[in-house]
Design a protein around this ligand. Structure first.
Ligand code: COI
Length: 355
């Protein structure tokens, strides 16, 4: 049940008429926060189960200054998308995969987590409550951001005594300002994203704060983003700040194997399956930075970036370029994945969930 729309209007300044399609410039969506109508909130104590989740009007949340998430970074997030089909129904893409990844992350971070069913139901409830913010078919998607945080107060270092699960949503377009045009990456060889035994393979908030310094420096020099190397040999590709990386050579598509320092991306996993179904050989293995020199194409994958073709990678001052425009393999994979996500082709994989 939706809360009364007479509740304090902290939501969209654009339209208060829940249900109607807001007057909105759908043609110029980027990847920025647009306040929507409702968020989902559910809490539990340490050692207990989550219960009594509810929708609230989108707005600020109250936290103790000594909340575990604020003091010791005990937090996780997820990202998934909802698409509007041409018949106006809404499709979610593999929400149970996000639920499972959050559970895995919660285990690593000593947090309570919602069950897979609770997570998926909460996502559905939140999307339906904000249905009018799902962009028209072909104009973008509704980005869904589940958060799990240690919200209880701590002073000494320990798991927080209380956990809060929140979901908010925002309509989005392309992640990179380049849109679908190829991005330009720079390889970072001083700063690292993850270490063996660390938290690189879970979606904890600190992993993203840790890359801001390298990312800001790269952007200041005109690059789109940073490609990280492994911290032991400084030789193998890891990932980009917010997405996984793939290297194409002939019919072989290679991507760093999930071995503790790589985030198990859901788009990564989906692209591996799509590529194999199209006849490509996909290898999950150590990918040496030198292989960038021989590659025909390079592309990134992620929920936010979908598939982003890479136009160049600069490594130790040398720029390796990958031709003009979007590579044929990147284009083919992008086209199959996005048509599947938008319900434009038959979902033989059973990945989409219709609302
Ligand atoms: C996503 O792709 O959904 C992510 O979580 C990356 C984030 C930095 C936008």
């Amino acid at each position: 049940r939706l809360p009364s729309i007479n509740a304090p209007q902290t939501a969209s300044p654009i339209s208060k008429d829940v249900g109607a399609i807001p007057e909105f410039d759908w043609d110029n969506l980027g990847f920025g926060i647009i306040p929507t109508d409702y968020m989902y909130v559910m809490k539990c104590s340490q050692g207990d189960n989550f219960s009594n989740g509810e929708l609230k009007r989108f707005g600020n949340i109250e936290l103790s200054p000594s909340a575990g998430v604020l003091n010791y970074g005990q937090g996780l997030f997820e990202g998934l998308k909802a698409y509007r089909k041409e018949d106006d129904s809404i499709l979610l893409f593999r929400p149970e995969e996000n639920a499972l990844r959050m559970k895995m992350g919660a285990e690593r971070m000593c947090m309570q987590s919602p069950t897979v069913d609770q997570f998926v139901e909460a996502v559905k409830t939140t999307v339906l409550a904000n249905k009018r913010w799902v962009p028209p078919s072909g104009k973008g998607s509704l980005y869904i951001r589940p958060l799990l945080m240690g919200s209880g107060a701590v002073l000494g270092l320990a798991p927080a005594p209380e956990y809060t699960f929140v979901i908010y949503v925002s309509p989005v377009g392309n992640y990179f300002k380049e849109g679908l045009a190829p991005i330009n990456l720079v390889v970072e060889h001083e700063l690292h994203r993850a270490t063996p035994g660390g938290t690189g393979s879970v979606k904890t908030i600190g992993n993203y704060a840790a890359v801001l310094k390298a990312q800001s420096a790269a952007k200041a020099k005109g690059y789109s983003d940073v490609l990280y190397l492994d911290c032991v040999h400084k030789k193998y590709l890891e990932e980009v700040s917010s997405c996984n990386i793939f290297v194409v050579k002939g019919n072989v598509i290679s991507t760093p194997a999930i071995k503790g320092t790589i985030l198990p991306g859901i788009t990564r996993k989906s692209i591996i399956d799509v590529a194999r179904s199209l006849g490509f050989q996909v290898e999950e293995r150590l990918v040496a930075v030198d292989e960038l020199l021989e590659a025909d194409e390079v592309f990134c994958t992620g929920t936010a970036v979908v598939i982003s073709p890479v136009g160049s990678v600069t490594y130790l001052g040398k720029r390796i370029a990958y031709g003009n425009g979007v590579g044929v393999v990147s284009q083919q994979l992008y086209s199959v994945l996005t048509r599947l996500q938008m319900g434009l082709i038959e979902d033989k994989m059973n990945w989409t969930v219709s609302l």
